[in-house]
Design a binder for this molecule. Sequence first.
Ligand SMILES: Cc1ncc(COP(=O)(O)O)c(C=O)c1O
Length: 377
Amino acid sequence: MVAERTRRVEISGIRRMFEAAPPNSINLGLGEPDFEPPREVVEALCRSVENGGNHYGPTAGILPLRDHVAARYVDRDPKTSRQNVIITASGSEGLMSTALALYDPGDEVLVPNPGFVLYGPHARLAGAVPIPYSLTEERKFQPDFEELERLVTRRTRALVVNSPSNPTGGMFPERTIDRLVEFAERKNLTIVSDEVYDEIVYEGKFASFWGKTDRVVVVNSFSKTYAVTGWRLGFLLAPAPLAVELNKIHYHIMACPPTPAQVAIVAGFDAGHEATRKMVREFKVRRDLVTRLLRSIPGVSVVRPQGAFYAFPKVDLGLSTTQVATGLLQRGVITTPGDAFGSLGEGHLRISFANSREKLRAGLGLFRDFAEDAVAG
Ligand SMILES: Cc1ncc(COP(=O)(O)O)c(C=O)c1O
């Protein structure tokens, strides 16, 4: 009954662990902040709903929100204006609209392996072919430029990048961003830069692709920074002529982004930023805790995450990733098997630190017991 494209896409492997989890499991699989949005933002949402904000709005989003977003990027490119901004109904919708707007059937799209679960399926849904490029632990989850050069063919249309990364926690320094821009311009590729974790950074400076090239679409979201994953609100940034094209696809998918959520984000813009800073301070403490605890587990190595809220340890216990994740699940710890993010995720687990310090200590304690038992054979 369904189209070929529907048969060929699968639901993300991230969810399979949740479904099999025993009750009261410790959840180290969460892909969203364990914080509530700031009061100001929640109250503004309620006010908007009560005061008649329950109707369609402009396709590209309400002007004050587009202006706020543009203002955040003027230090990267002083010409940034609302013409560059499209408010989307989440980062996910922004990614899908971008894929449909940019890729023709048969095009090839370079996607990170391991990488966030939507890039490959979105390329396929647009009729394109995802071509994975590697981000390995040995290279501290940085791209291998020789490999990228080898992977480009005359059909390559775009390069998808995600820094800070889900699932690796790796971040690209500015010099890598500059090299990627030089590479993309030389090969006539469009960069699709997923920057949804741009404010969740622990050290070093986040470098955006915005302002570096005209061949870029930046995808961002309010989900993680404002802890409003359920509100479904994000944005795209693109050179104005490209934004007009992206907006056509966005219109045909969404008509417009949710109105009350936009009003609420405008009202709580400053409070939201302060809340993000507080949340990031707590994530940083947990990041250090998780890194230390993981490094004390036999057979486990981990690169210290620089951003997002995930660690991506390599687990060498003579077991497959599925066996490790299933073994942990039986002991009441939910993790995400690394192969849910691509073939090079095999051998890794994604540990989310969007959970309390206490839960992290307990969960990683159970992980240590499991590893010690496995080593003892
Ligand atoms: C790297 C990355 N991009 C995009 C998204 C999509 O976020 P949302 O659709 O909630 O805006 C996520 C969510 O987990 C993510 O991790």
